[in-house]
Design a protein around this ligand. Structure first.
Ligand SMILES: C[S@@+](CC[C@H](N)C(=O)[O-])C[C@H]1O[C@@H](n2cnc3c(N)ncnc32)[C@H](O)[C@@H]1O
Length: 325
C-alpha cells in the first residue's frame, strides 16, 4: 500500500482573492472606512510582510485550528493577565478572531475589544465575533488610523515575527497605549515541539526540513526565522518597562481530544509538512514520515498509545511608565 500525506479539507492555504477592497479617505472616524483604505491592493511580493502576509493572503483554517487546539492554555494566560472591567483592548494581528471573545470576557460588561488584521479573509472570519463591544478592522497595524493613547492592553500572538521590523511594530503599539498600558507578545514553539517521543531523529530531520523549506520559500537566513526568540529584547528596545516572560507547556497525550487531532493531522502533518518536505528529506526519512502521518497506516502516530506531544507557548509582557513613553 502506498501511503500519502493527509490531504487538508481546504488546500487553498495561500488563496489570493481577485476582488480586493477599494480605497477610502482616512479622515473619517469610521473604523470600517479607515480600514478599507489600508486594505487597498498595494502589496507586492517585496512589500509583503517577512512571512508573505498581504491583504489577500488567507490561512484562516490553520489559525482557527491552532486556536481550537490551544484554547485552554491561551484562555488561562488571558485570565491571568490582570485585565479588568472597563478596559479597552487591541488584539493586533487578530487572525480569525478566536481570542476576541476570550479577551472581552475579562473586561465586560463595560470594556471593549478591537481586533485588527491585514488579511481580508482573516478579518472577515473574525467578524463573526463582532458585537457592540467587539470591533474588527481590516488593515495594517503599522499604518491604520487607530486613535493614539486609546488602549489599556495590546494582545499580539504569533504576529510580530511576521513584521520586517518587530521593534518598530512595538513602538507603534506603544503610541496606542494609555499611560500604564501594557503589551503582551505571545509566541509558540521557542523550544522545538515534541511530535515523536519514540523517534527524536525523525523529528529532528523533519524540523530541519521545515526550516529549510521556509528559508527557501521566503529567501530568509536562519537568523531571520529565529530572531523571533528575542521578544524580551524587542520590548526592551521599544522602551517598555517591567518586562517579564512566562512560558507554558501545551501538553497532550493519547487518546487525543478532537481539536488536537485536527490541528496535528491537518495543520502540521498536512500543511506544514506534507509533500513539500520531500525534496528536503532522504527517501527513507520521507517514507517513514509519510507512514507515521497517514491515518490508515498501522504506525499512524496519533493512534499510538505512547503518543505524547509538547509545544511551548511564551508570553512576554511590558508596560508603559505612568506618564506614557
Ligand atoms: C500567525 S497569524 C496569528 C493570528 C492570531 N494572532 C492567532 O494567534 O491566531 C499572524 C497574523 O498577523 C497578520 N498580520 C501580518 N502582518 C500584519 C500587519 N502588518 N498588520 C496587521 N496584521 C498583520 C496576518 O494576516 C495573520 O493573521
Amino acid at each position: 500500500m502506498v501511503e500519502t500525506f493527509p490531504k487538508p479539507a481546504d488546500t487553498a492555504m495561500d488563496h489570493f482573492a481577485s476582488d480586493a477592497p477599494g480605497s477610502h479617505s482616512c479622515g473619517t472616524r469610521s473604523a470600517r472606512a479607515i480600514t478599507m483604505m489600508h486594505a487597498a491592493p498595494a502589496f507586492t511580493e517585496s512589500s509583503a510582510g517577512l512571512l508573505g502576509d498581504t491583504p489577500l493572503r488567507d490561512y484562516s483554517r490553520k489559525l482557527s485550528s491552532f486556536n481550537a487546539f490551544a484554547k485552554p492554555e491561551l484562555r488561562a494566560l488571558i485570565a491571568s493577565a490582570g485585565l479588568g472591567p472597563g478596559m479597552r483592548i487591541l488584539d493586533a494581528g487578530c487572525g480569525t478572531g478566536e481570542a476576541l471573545p476570550w479577551l472581552l470576557d475579562e473586561v465586560k460588561p463595560t470594556g471593549s475589544v478591537v481586533g485588527i488584521d491585514l488579511s481580508a479573509a482573516h478579518a472577515d472570519a473574525a467578524r463573526r465575533y463582532a458585537s457592540a463591544n467587539i470591533e474588527v478592522i481590516q488593515g495594517d497595524l503599522l499604518a491604520a488610523c487607530l486613535e493614539p493613547a486609546s488602549f489599556d492592553f495590546i494582545w499580539c500572538v504569533n504576529t510580530v515575527n511576521h513584521l520586517r521590523d518587530p521593534v518598530q511594530g512595538v513602538i507603534r503599539f506603544s503610541t496606542l497605549l494609555r499611560p500604564r498600558g501594557r503589551i503582551a507578545l505571545g509566541q509558540s514553539s521557542f523550544q522545538p515541539d515534541m511530535y515523536f517521543a519514540w523517534d527524536s531523529r525523525l523529528e529532528r530531520v523533519t524540523n530541519e526540513a521545515v526550516r529549510q523549506y521556509y528559508r527557501d520559500r521566503y529567501s530568509l537566513d536562519e537568523r531571520d526565522l529565529t530572531s523571533v526568540r528575542a521578544i524580551v529584547g524587542v520590548l526592551r528596545a521599544a522602551n517598555l518597562r517591567n518586562v517579564a516572560a512566562r512560558t507554558v507547556m501545551i501538553e497532550r497525550v493519547a487518546p487525543l481530544d478532537a481539536a488536537t487531532e485536527r490541528y496535528l493531522l491537518d495543520t502540521i502533518f498536512g500543511d506544514t509538512w506534507g509533500e513539500r518536505l520531500q525534496p528536503y528529506l532522504s527517501d527513507d526519512d520521507y517514507a517513514e514520515l509519510v507512514r507515521v502521518c497517514a491515518p490508515q497506516h498501522p504506525q499512524f502516530a496519533l493512534r499510538r498509545p505512547d503518543f505524547h506531544f509538547l509545544q511551548t507557548f511564551t508570553l512576554v509582557t511590558g508596560a508603559m511608565d505612568k506618564l506614557g513613553i
